[in-house]
Design a protein around this ligand. Sequence first.
Ligand SMILES: NC(=O)c1ccc[n+]([C@@H]2O[C@H](COP(=O)([O-])OP(=O)(O)OC[C@H]3O[C@@H](n4cnc5c(N)ncnc54)[C@H](O)[C@@H]3O)[C@@H](O)[C@H]2O)c1
Ligand SMILES: O=C(O)C1=N[C@H](C(=O)O)CCC1
Length: 267
Amino acid sequence: MNNIRIILAGPRGKMGQEALKMIEETPHFELVAAVDSKNDGLQVKDLSGAPQSMEAPVYDDMENCLASIEADVVVDLTRPDIGKIHLELALKHGLRTVIGTTGFSNEDLERLKALAEEKQTGAIIAPNFAIGAILMMKFSQMAAKYLPDIEIIEKHHDQKLDAPSGTALKTAQLITEVREEKKQGHPDEREDLKGARGAELEGIRIHSVRLPGLVAHQEVIFGGEGQVLTIRHDSMNRTSFMPGVRLAVESVMNIEGLVYGLENIME
Ligand SMILES: NC(=O)c1ccc[n+]([C@@H]2O[C@H](COP(=O)([O-])OP(=O)(O)OC[C@H]3O[C@@H](n4cnc5c(N)ncnc54)[C@H](O)[C@@H]3O)[C@@H](O)[C@H]2O)c1
Ligand SMILES: O=C(O)C1=N[C@H](C(=O)O)CCC1
């Protein structure tokens, strides 16, 4: 198998640092450049937390990087506003792309899907790379057919920019594929304090907790007559996401169009 040549955006971030280690440990992956918000002209090994063996150049601008470097896949682990721009630039250059950055709206997804098709290239947007989280979402979709009264509680570290989490939105979307829109709770219920009942997506309530000490956690709670089912997933650290990032990079080499969610590429 030929090496897969990777450009990584966000190499100094919490996810980016883990991704550098994962790339270094994967024999058929090769880091050919990184895109950072600063440090243009340095080598990746000069960045704090980076493996000392990484001799790839750092760019502070994705467009310059794409114009200068031959690569197969762009991996973006930056922030919601930047991830969108990077994905669009990579697709316009015909590069395959793996996006872990969350915060994409339905309109963004539609626009980027059309662009991937037009450019006849592949892209994967994965709101959660943890295999256990994908299973939590699939099990929740199965359970929703039988227990349609559902609330989601997602809990993340307090540096997270977007709410609700991409995982909570994806879970709710998977549930709406098998469940009719439904008004939950008492027909006359009211919020005496605004926000007390959380956000709402087609009748599903979503509650977002942000606290130091947390990484990424979600409970999907199903209520039925005399019973409650809770499906829960916890990421205790960011290495939990790396097998999913590796799978996405390998898979994106063989797909055309935009895939939203790792469940679509898991066997
Ligand atoms: N899909 C998943 O499984 C998953 C898991 C964890 C985090 N995330 C998402 O991944 C993203 C990164 O998370 P994190 O915890 O590593 O965040 P972080 O804040 O630790 O890192 C983000 C990095 O992006 C860099 N950055 C900002 N603007 C940039 C630009 N213009 N060009 C290049 N780099 C830029 C920052 O300097 C920072 O180093 C977030 O959107 C988060 O929601 C997704
Ligand atoms: O740390 C984050 O930010 C995470 N975001 C994802 C989300 O929004 O669902 C999940 C993994 C961690």
